[in-house]
Design a protein. Structure first.
Length: 448
């Protein structure tokens, strides 16, 4: 073997050792939790709606971050189907999960029952930066914990007012501004010539004017029933006034209605209504959540929409223009008070809310919401996303519109009769009020 060949072999061996060292260093960097996870499999039990959904939403990339952990899913799907909170609490007590993932409607109750640990001491110990999160989300979670954080969520959703800049420019109408009220939105919509385009479209797969009425009631913090459903409050004169305003807007044609179209518009609108007036460029404004951005870009990709657009925060109550009830928190992750390995559960929870996880969520077709990390809610397709998190959450109590199937059908029939000229708005509201009262009495009779 000549000297040159020996030199080459030595060089290759040296490079091999160096590469193996680099590979080991890189692997160590990618697995910062090795000190908490033994080489043998470690079990972590996670409360989630079901096993398949957990692995679609989080499990696949959690296994990449924690390869030695066996994630066992404790399903609470049966409790959801039965709408039975007590069954959910029984499942938690029986199965004793380490990590709990629930929606906002259950979160506060678990805190009150002492079933979740306070995350604040762990955050202080690890100098965990809560400032990286969208602050309205943290406000919401802290409110539930009476100023303390008992959980974090990687995803949230809210609403915005979308507008067609091309139509506004064509008709020389000022763009919508931030913190408009619903009355101001209606007044702006009215300025568009409704024989050519619609001023506003409220997207519905099944047309029901009462859905928009309820949306406006929610903005104003109004509900048919009082706090904890203990009082019937649907006699508030604002209710009928809001419904009359919505019905008039549909009748006058500046809000799109599949039931009430101007004869000059109906033929042109027939094809557009299949995907929506706004997406077809025939409505100046619409109302939607973050996922609606995907619908707009899909329409533009299919060349069914060629307009420029933008968005501002959703319509607000004139008496509280900086806040909204429309924040929705998905998958709040918390640590069970009977957790087996608190430090490991905390590391997993941090990983779920890390930069890498935010990237995974942003690429997932299942999320349907925005990342709660500020760095990932800046813009999309050249449009600022600040409209979705400018407003503060209203924290003076959750407003619930008890719009079940019976009430929805009654409201739909009553309001459509008004649009068709069969009855008046007052008669329609009286019909709806009767059903509301019946539902209220029935609910109180069934209450334990």
């Amino acid at each position: 073997m000549n000297r040159n060949r020996i030199s080459v072999i030595f060089m290759l061996l040296t490079i091999g050792f160096l590469l193996s060292g680099c590979w080991k260093t890189q692997s160590q960097k990618e697995s910062p939790y090795s000190s908490l996870v033994k080489t043998e499999s470690t079990l972590i039990k996670v409360l989630y709606i079901n096993n398949d959904k957990f692995y679609r939403d989080y499990g696949f990339w959690l296994k990449q971050g924690f390869p030695n952990i066996q994630f066992e899913v404790v399903s609470y799907e049966e409790a959801i189907k039965k709408n039975d909170k007590q069954l959910l609490f029984e499942i938690i007590n029986k199965e004793n999960p380490d990590l709990i993932s629930i929606d906002h409607s259950i979160f506060e109750e678990l805190i009150k029952r002492g079933m979740l640990i306070d995350l604040e001491p762990l955050m202080v110990r690890d100098q965990y930066n809560v400032g990286q999160f969208v602050q309205p989300v943290i406000e919401y979670l802290r409110h539930d914990g009476k100023g303390r954080l008992f959980g974090l969520t990687p995803i949230f959703n809210s609403r915005a007012l979308f507008y067609n800049k091309t139509l506004f420019d064509r008709y020389q109408i000022p763009y919508p501004s931030e913190r408009m009220t619903w009355l101001e939105v209606f007044d702006t919509a009215k300025r568009f010539p409704n024989h050519e385009v619609y001023g506003f479209e409220y997207p519905l797969s099944d047309f029901n004017p009462m859905i928009l009425v309820n949306e406006i009631l929610l903005t104003h913090g109004l509900s048919y029933w009082g706090p904890n459903s203990k009082k019937l409050v649907q006699s508030n004169p604002q209710f009928e006034a809001i419904m009359s305003k919505v019905i008039n807007a549909y009748q006058e044609g500046y809000i799109y209605s599949s039931e009430h179209q101007d004869t000059e518009t109906v033929n042109v609108a027939a094809d557009a209504s299949l995907e929506g007036m706004f997406l077809s460029g025939r409505a100046a404004m619409t109302y939607g959540n973050y996922y609606f951005l995907n619908d707009i870009e899909a329409a533009r990709f299919n060349k069914s929409a060629s307009f420029d657009w933008s968005l501002v925060p959703e319509p607000v109550d004139r008496d509280s223009k900086d806040s909204t009830y429309n924040y929705t928190l998905y998958d709040i992750f918390a640590i069970h008070s009977n957790v087996r390995n608190q430090d490991l559960a905390w590391e997993i929870l941090k990983y779920i809310h890390s930069d890498q996880s935010a990237k995974n969520i942003s690429l997932s077709a299942n999320s349907g919401g925005l990342s709660t990390l500020q760095n990932y809610v800046t813009d999309k397709w050249g449009k600022s996303l600040s409209a979705f998190h400018q407003l503060h959450p209203k924290l003076d109590g959750e407003v619930k519109i008890p719009f079940n199937n019976d009430l929805a059908e009654a409201a739909k029939r009553a309001t459509l009769d008004v649009l068709r000229g069969i009855s008046s708005s007052k008669e329609a509201w009286n019909q709806i009020s009767t059903v509301v009262e019946e539902q209220y009495v029935k609910r109180n009779e069934e209450a334990p």
